[in-house]
Design a protein around this ligand. Sequence first.
Ligand code: IMP
Length: 181
Amino acid sequence: MKFVTTNEGKVEEAREYLAELTTVEQFDYDYVEIQSDSLADIAAYGAEAAFEAAGGEEPVIVDDSGLFIGGFDGFPGPYSAYVQDTLGVQQVWALVKTLDDRRAAFRGCVAYTDGETTETFEGSVQGELVAPRGTGGFGYDPIFEHAGETFAEMSTEKKNALSHRGRALAKLADWLADRDQ
Ligand code: IMP
């Protein structure tokens, strides 16, 4: 199948979960994201559009994710990339540190389509926002702490094993394995 993304790291992560079930090739394409509060709607719509753009034959997956801050009613959620590009992680932290409750979650949705069937798989991981620490990862990783470490302080393997995307990919792997039995 093709993973429609401009991020090669996500493709490598998907290969780890799907290796025994299918090959995963990157289709480096920036699909148009609809505006919605639902990651599943954004990912499903993106997968169907990307399926056509990728030639309309091989199954595709896309993934949509975001940081949901409890004290801000889930903001920035589906708008996380935009907020990262505009405010940036330091300013998000400056806003969050005014909150007493700094709990947050990364949520992700992987959508699969083969042109006939479209399925979505969601994953999430809970954490707490902290002053930036660590140099690994990307996006909000330096301010997202889970079990005492920020995602930017963890090895890629450790982060992938507990990340929202890893959990969604594991569900996709189970579904593919059941379907192909
Ligand atoms: P997208 O799903 O790749 O468009 O990701 C949306 C945005 O959510 C990214 O630009 C990041 O700001 C944030 N994000 C998603 N997943 C992660 C993660 O694993 N670590 C840090 N930030 C993330």
